[in-house]
Design a protein around this ligand. Structure first.
Ligand code: ADP
Length: 541
């Protein structure tokens, strides 16, 4: 027997309608790539998203067509999220930090018909356009005064002109909630980028779940500033969760440096933020240098790579800001776990609870997870056994977009994350490695992430990476590769001694190499494939 409740379809546009109706005067504030601060309300955002929708329809965009963006976090990008999805088309956010060849591959693979870009990216798109002949129109996300005098970009026009020609008198169409709404490509650390095609249903359910207190947590009392870019897994869902809850949204544009971020935190009264560890490491240094304090910021989410425990402790002890560690990936929309404590941890001091909070956290409702061994059998959740992390749920990818090959699913429908993890008896998952990065020494696994976290706790270490190098006796042994902090000196032996007593004896790295810098992916993750190439043939002392 079916239930007798309304079968309203979950649609992204409903989030915008909700916030415009019930929080119409709440603000969206953006730092524009053109240099100024832009400020308006959710009610105005709805109007302009509808004008955009009409412009897209006039340009012949139909249900399922892809519309690309190369853009920072701004109100215009926000309007594209809702205007494009609202008419049943697909908002394809592209990461401008990828290599040009990858950008060309992604734009052509997605068959983007229109491409919206920020002023910052004009020189870039002029190079890309001849290699992306399927793009019919390039739209500069600015007023017409910023249009270049000459340009080889087909159909070039300004975003503001496009909107000015349209009225806001428009009703969002109804369609099935499984309709695609946005598309993100993985950063292709290991092979070609792969497209993850989100649906209205997966996006709205994810936004609801991350809003929960033990998800990322978001309310109408928050002022939310996603520092994670809107071109990176939809800024972890915050451009949907903030309006869904009626929270003020602050969008930092291209100003990702510590000084610009700090200015917005303070002037806009930001209470809650989110970003990768690199951002917070930079900000911590900036705060220390000027002995600065946050007036309103209460908490931030750190994810994308492992959050160093020292960073978490420093934010709490020195700045009074709580860091919550979270894990996810493009394929999981992205949130899978977050590291809030349970009632049983209530009496722990911050120092006592730190070992729990540095783990990547508990599954949020909607995502199930387990770890399995090489034979595919589930491993014990004892916090010690580590194995391949599998996940499933309504916002986890099933197949990659236009790949023609099946996704990374097991026969019984779980997604292989490619991460190696432990899960403890309280359900806290901890990533120990990417499966390709794990070091196998004498048949035992060594976590490169744990060793890296320890190494960066040494005052002379700016950044560290640990990779496996061949060993006749043990098959593989850990090599520590270190970038020294400017002006600081430290000998290899001192660093090796630093591990003594902090990890199992066989985990201690065998050697240290010093380098000027470490290779990174476009999303700021350590590029260990490159590092392994750099140290191919390395002989342990
Ligand atoms: P890509 O997989 O293309 O590098 P993603 O942004 O989707 O790009 O990255 C997902 C991966 O990032 C995860 O599979 C995991 O390895 C890593 N990751 C994400 N969050 C964390 C975290 N909190 N701690 C450690 N690793 C993380």
């Amino acid at each position: 027997m079916l239930g007798l409740m309304m079968a309203d379809q979950l649609r992204v546009a409903s989030v915008l309608e909700h916030v415009a109706k019930w929080h119409g005067d709440t603000e969206i504030v953006s730092r524009l790539p053109e240099g100024s601060i832009h400020r308006y309300t959710y009610a105005a955002a709805r109007q302009r998203s509808k004008q955009l929708a009409q412009a897209l329809l006039k340009a012949g965009i139909q249900n399922g067509d892809r519309v690309g963006t190369l853009a920072w976090n701004t109100h215009r990008h926000f309007e594209l999220y809702f205007g494009v999805a609202g008419i049943g088309a697909v908002c394809h956010t592209i990461n401008p930090r990828l290599f040009p060849e990858q950008l060309v591959y992604i734009i052509n693979h997605a068959q983007d018909r229109l491409l919206f870009f920020d002023l910052t990216f004009l020189p870039l798109v002029e190079k890309l356009a001849p290699l992306c002949p399927k793009v019919e129109k390039w739209v500069l996300m600015a007023g017409s005064q910023h249009l270049p005098a000459t340009s080889g970009l087909p159909g070039l026009c300004s975003y503001e002109d496009l909107l000015a020609a349209e009225s806001a008198d428009y009703e969002w169409p109804m369609f099935d909630e499984n309709t695609a709404c946005s598309l993100c490509y993985t950063s292709g650390t290991t092979d070609q980028p792969k497209g993850v095609l989100y649906s209205h249903r997966s996006t709205v359910l994810h936004a609801l779940s991350i809003s929960l207190p033990d998800g990322l947590g978001c309310s109408a009392r928050d002022v939310v500033m996603p520092v994670v870019p809107m071109f990176h897994v939809n800024a972890w869902g915050l451009p949907y969760a903030a309006p869904l809850n009626g929270a003020k949204l602050v969008l930092p544009g291209a100003g990702m440096d510590a000084a610009s971020l700090y200015e917005l935190f303070e002037t806009e009264g930001v209470t809650f933020s989110a970003g990768v560890p690199t951002i917070w490491l930079g900000l911590l240094q900036f705060m220390r240098e000027g002995q600065r304090r946050f007036t309103t910021l209460q908490r931030t989410i750190v994810g994308g790579s492992s959050c160093p425990p020292a960073l978490m402790a420093a934010f709490e002890n020195e700045l009074g800001v709580t860091i919550t560690h979270a894990w996810g990936m493009t394929e999981t929309s992205p949130l899978g776990t977050s590291g809030h404590l349970k009632a049983k941890h209530r009496n722990l001091t911050p120092a006592e609870s730190l070992p729990i909070r540095v783990k990547q956290g508990r599954a949020i409702f909607g995502v199930d997870m387990k770890i399995v061994g090489d034979d595919g059998r589930e491993l014990s959740q004892d916090g010690v056994a580590f194995g391949d992390l599998l996940v499933r749920g309504p916002w986890v990818v099933r197949d990659y977009f236009g790949s023609g090959t099946p996704g990374e699913l097991t026969a019984d429908g779980w997604f292989r994350t490619g991460d190696v993890a432990t899960i403890d008896p309280d359900g806290y998952m901890q990533i120990t490695d990417r499966s390709k990065d794990v070091i196998k020494s004498g048949g035992e696994w060594i976590s490169s992430i744990d060793l890296e976290n320890l190494a960066v706790a040494h005052p002379a270490v700016a950044e560290a990476a640990v990779i496996g190098v061949p060993s006749a006796k043990w098959a593989e042994r850990p090599l520590l590769v270190v970038v020294r902090r400017p002006g600081m000196d430290v000998a290899a032996q001192e660093l090796l001694d630093f591990f003594r007593g902090k990890v199992a004896k066989f985990w201690e790295p065998d050697a240290v190499e010093f380098v000027e810098q470490l290779p990174h992916t476009a999303t700021g993750k350590l590029l260990k494939t490159q590092l392994r190439k750099d140290f191919a043939g390395y002989e342990l002392p």
